[in-house]
Design a protein around this ligand. Structure first.
Ligand code: AHR
Length: 516
């Protein structure tokens, strides 16, 4: 395989490292927010969780749903906490106390340096409420809604840039689900009105809930035919699991995400062509992750409860490798994926788990996310070459090594991200880097374990952590051993900026150093 500084996909969109906070299960209550917790700050938010969120490196965070948003009244969650109503949430059949709402979430984001991405209810509500919400959040004081915000403690507008026009409106499970035509009309109306309020807002139209939806393709076409001029992005959602125990296809999930993105881009560009427009609609991959839906009985069977545990999936080494490969896929599409949100952030299909009143810890999937968000910098380069294939039932033959690289022109730092997608076969990565001149391996970290089922638990929260990998860099050629089911982050720098260790200055380098 080879890499060249001349083959650039595009600047890395850092919003690809987004996350998602939904009022669901224990994501908000006893997740990010727990006023009685020993680490709670004066606003009631857990500081142990906040520290992990910062370490994770999440950039943009979507809120407040998800399915929840499609029956949510934003007004319930603002103003004095003691006056906020308790309501039934029909999406997850839970009791919502509204102790956390729009202002609380936006203030939390501001304290942590996160960019908020707000979703609005276009299920049980419509245009009028959408306009009200955006004014409440973003208008300058002097008119009623902005003055209400000011009276609630926030004078300055929050200036939220990104707004999702509903959630999964194609899904029959959604409150107020719509046909493509119904949603297209609504997205057009809401988009037009919000752009009139502020043409610089970035609006995300709902795309498909996954690539297998019966309306996939048609939905995107019909929605963009009407809303093209009034929106900037179209969403995509997907969750992966080893269906029926098919681990080979599960390891190749990035293939599905890759084809999904290409299809949505093709559809959006078709509409642009028909409209004779050079506008490029970007993909907002605002829900993705591993989720064992086969184990979830569905919400319909649940009784109404407050603060119930819901889909608190515990992730293995195998799942972490798949998550790493999905991040690689998103980066490979940096020219057309504007943002992406791993769903969700805490306790619900999440990289962070907590115990009410107790500790918080990193799941296995935390590590590839955090390392990618930390070390991917500059532009994304396309990787090419001869790659052996592995056979899968779901996607046919796929590349065994799934990789990408980022290159920071200023510092000259190159970072290679690679996954060996074979369940059984190790392989050698042989990457020609000679086009970059003198380089040295600074650090090689891997997620791998002989036991692919190993997990992190409350009792053993560091059972799975990044380990040093093995690579050599000799006359411009990087060689690395990639065991079966492994994810890698290999950081390569010009020798002057690499730490001057004996190993790294020798022409035949083996790195075994690990720093977190
Ligand atoms: O993230 C969990 C749920 O998955 C979200 O509420 C919904 O949008 C999706 O179906």
């Amino acid at each position: 395989m080879s890499l060249s500084p001349h083959f650039v996909v595009g600047p890395l969109n850092r919003r690809i490292f987004g996350s998602f906070v939904e009022h669901m299960g224990r994501c908000v209550y006893t997740g990010i927010f727990e006023p009685d917790h020993p680490t709670a700050d004066e606003h009631g938010f857990r500081q142990d969780v906040a520290a992990l969120v910062v370490e994770l490196g999440a950039t943009i965070v979507r809120y407040p749903g998800g399915n929840f948003v499609s029956n949510y009244r934003w007004e319930d969650g603002v103003g004095p906490r003691e006056e906020r109503p308790t309501r039934l949430d029909l999406a997850w059949r839970s009791i919502e106390t509204n102790q956390v709402g729009t202002d609380d979430f936006l203030a939390w984001c501001e304290r942590l340096g996160l960019e908020p991405m707000m979703a609005m209810n276009l299920g049980t509500r419509g245009l009028a409420e959408a306009i009200d919400l955006v004014q409440y959040v973003n208008a300058e004081p002097g008119t009623d809604l902005a003055d209400r915000r000011a009276a609630n403690g926030r004078i300055k507008p929050w200036d939220v840039r990104v707004w999702c026009l509903g959630n999964e409106m194609d899904g029959p499970w959604q409150m107020g689900a719509k046909t493509p035509e119904e949603y297209a009309r609504l997205a057009e109306e809401v988009g037009r009105a919000l752009k009139r309020f502020d043409p610089t807002l970035e609006l995300v139209a709902c795309g498909s809930s996954n690539r297998a939806m019966p309306t996939f393709g048609t939905w995107e076409r019909v929605v963009l035919e009407r809303a093209f001029d009034h929106v900037d992005h179209i969403s995509a959602h997907v969750y992966y699991e080893p269906h029926g125990g098919d681990v080979d296809s599960f390891l190749a999930s990035g293939e599905d995400m890759d084809r999904f993105i290409s299809s949505v881009v093709a559809t959006a560009d078709h509409i642009a062509a028909v409209k004779q427009s050079d506008k490029r609609i970007m993909v907002s991959f605002d829900e993705w992750n591993v989720w064992f839906q086969e184990r979830f009985g569905g919400e319909a069977s649940l009784g109404f409860e407050e603060g119930r545990e819901l889909i608190r999936d515990v992730y293995s080494v195998l799942d972490a490798v798949v998550v790493g490969s999905l991040l690689i896929t998103l980066m490979r599409h940096t020219d057309r994926v504007a943002m992406a949100c791993q769903a969700q952030l805490v306790n619900v299909i999440a990289p962070i788990l907590t115990v009410p009143g107790g500790p918080a810890w990193r799941q296995t999937i935390f590590h590839p996310f955090a390392l990618t968000a930390r070390h991917a910098k500059g532009v994304v380069l396309s990787v090419g070459g001869d790659i052996p294939s592995v056979a899968t039932t779901a996607y046919g033959d796929v590349d065994q090594i799934w990789s990408t690289a980022t290159w920071d022109r200023e510092s000259g730092a190159l970072t290679i991200f690679a996954v060996n997608r074979s369940r059984t076969e190790p392989c050698e990565l042989n990457l020609d880097l000679s086009a970059f001149g003198d380089l040295a391996v600074e650090e090689h970290l891997t997620i791998h374990d002989e036991d692919h089922t190993a997990t992190n638990t409350q009792d053993d929260p560091e059972r799975v952590v990044p380990q040093p990998g093995r690579s050599t860099l000799e006359v411009g050629h990087l060689r690395a051993t990639l065991p079966a089911v492994s994810w890698h982050c290999i950081r390569i720098t010009p020798p002057a900026t690499a730490p001057a260790t004996a190993a790294q200055t020798s022409p035949n380098v083996t790195t075994e150093g690990f720093s977190s």
